[in-house]
Design a protein around this ligand. Structure first.
Ligand code: HEC
Ligand code: HEC
Length: 354
């Protein structure tokens, strides 16, 4: 047991890998602005008829939960760049906020820690292919808003890019996938291959610690849809309830896109064990491999990835926003999952070593 921000409860150390992604930066704010309806019904659900024989649940009555689909709170974006030079421990780089959020030249604080990045990963291609490293980071761990890509099968990565481009994959809150739709639609097949080979070659790192808790820090959703603990007068604790709250260990460093700056997730007491039971009953390991570390051919690892990313994907698949041939394998699985099962599975999977 360990005290976590004043709250105690079983602290389970986990890791993650890659999962979190980050929706990014300034540019994304523009796309996920206020008018983005937090509950746009999944248009795709309705349109899915002919497609999968499966049974995407009707999305109509479903409100994507704010804990899984955070959208920036009004007025909580980054302020103007005041020209300050920022750095992170262990790096010699010094960059302004504008440079840190440059979608075509994102920071590479620790260039010696990863193989050379292909051009599309390091710089992208103007005007629409933003550098993958901006949100998924040079080491591929990403932030909870996007997705971890390190170590995923290259074939799976290419398939997902094709699915964003073809319209088969959107988010239940379309603004959340809008950046990927734009980027993937503009990529050449060669760029897809290059990016997939790079991220697939990276070892997933431990990137998340999962804590079972009854109380959590009061949080807000800031730039790029990243959730942070409040500071100053607004700081405090509140009941966790039936949510997963995932925040940086160090908000300032996460905002600097520091790839040494991991995340922590607070999950309901007992959710990890419940998730383990649902995983066993649902045979997740059959396809996702032992300990969900990756299994058959192009099936992604789930272990140690961002719990809110995992939850979004299970909801997106269950309610029909994410479809396609391979997704058919998941549809029978999610049809039997309650929304609570999804929360518990997400807590469990995130708590595993990547
Ligand atoms: C502006 C931020 C941003 C940039 C830049 C970006 N991504 Fe993403 N990426 C996201 C977000 C957000 C998601 C999750 C979208 C969703 O909910 O479906 C995502 C998801 C993905 C996924 C799905 C992962 C999975 O496990 O299924 C892949 C693959 C991916 N991105 C590849 C790329 C590649 C390759 C590039 C560079 C060409 C790139 N991304 C650039 C934000 C970004
Ligand atoms: C019959 C095989 C099969 C089983 C069983 C299965 N999955 Fe999957 N799962 C897949 C495939 C295939 C995909 C990738 C779909 C695609 O290509 O878009 C996937 C994708 C996912 C994703 C999205 C990953 C990402 O990177 O976006 C999650 C999360 C997931 N599965 C969780 C689970 C959980 C939890 C269980 C058990 C309750 C489970 N799966 C059982 C085949 C399976």
């Amino acid at each position: 047991m360990k005290k976590v921000l004043g709250v105690a409860i079983a602290t389970i150390s986990i890791s993650v890998l890659a999962a979190c992604g980050q929706e990014p930066a300034a540019p994304t704010q523009a796309e996920v602005p206020a008018e983005v309806p937090a509950a746009e019904p999944a248009p795709v659900a309705e349109a899915a008829p002919a497609a999968a024989p499966a049974e995407a649940a009707p999305a109509g009555a479903f409100e994507p939960p704010a804990w899984a689909y955070p959208v920036m709170d009004e007025g909580r974006g980054r302020g103007p760049d005041d020209g300050t030079l920022h750095t992170v421990p262990g790096s010699t780089l010094q960059l302004t906020q504008t440079q840190i959020n440059d979608p075509f030249n994102p920071p590479d604080w620790y260039p010696d820690e990863h193989p050379p990045m292909p051009e599309v990963v390091a710089h992208g291609r103007q005007p629409d292919v933003r550098a993958c490293a901006q949100c998924h980071m040079p080491h591929g761990a990403g932030h909870p808003e996007s997705s971890g890509l390190a170590g995923l099968p290259a074939g799976y990565i290419v398939e997902q890019l094709e699915a964003y481009a073809s319209g088969e994959r959107v988010s239940l809150i379309p603004a959340r996938s809008a950046s990927m739709v734009t980027i993937a639609s503009a990529m050449t097949p060669q760029e897809m291959q290059d990016a997939a080979a790079y991220f697939s070659s990276l070892p997933p790192v431990k990137w998340i610690t999962v804590h079972e808790a009854t109380e959590v820090p009061v949080t807000f959703v800031g730039a790029g849809n990243m959730r942070h603990a409040e500071v100053g007068d607004a700081a405090g604790m509140e009941p966790l309830g039936n949510r997963i709250i995932e925040i940086p260990e160090d908000s300032e460093r996460a905002e600097l896109r520091d790839s040494h700056s991991p995340f922590q997730a607070f999950v309901p007491v007992g959710s990890i064990a419940k998730g383990e039971a649902v995983s066993a009953a649902g045979n997740c390991a059959l396809c996702h491999g032992a300990d969900l570390k990756g299994g058959l051919a192009n099936i992604p690892a789930i272990a140690g990835r961002s719990p809110i990313y995992i939850a979004r994907q299970l909801f997106d698949i269950k309610y029909g926003a994410r479809k396609g041939a391979a997704v058919g394998l998941m549809q029978g699985v999610v049809a039997t999952l309650s929304d609570d099962d999804i929360l518990n599975l997400s807590a469990y999977a995130a708590s595993l070593e990547p």
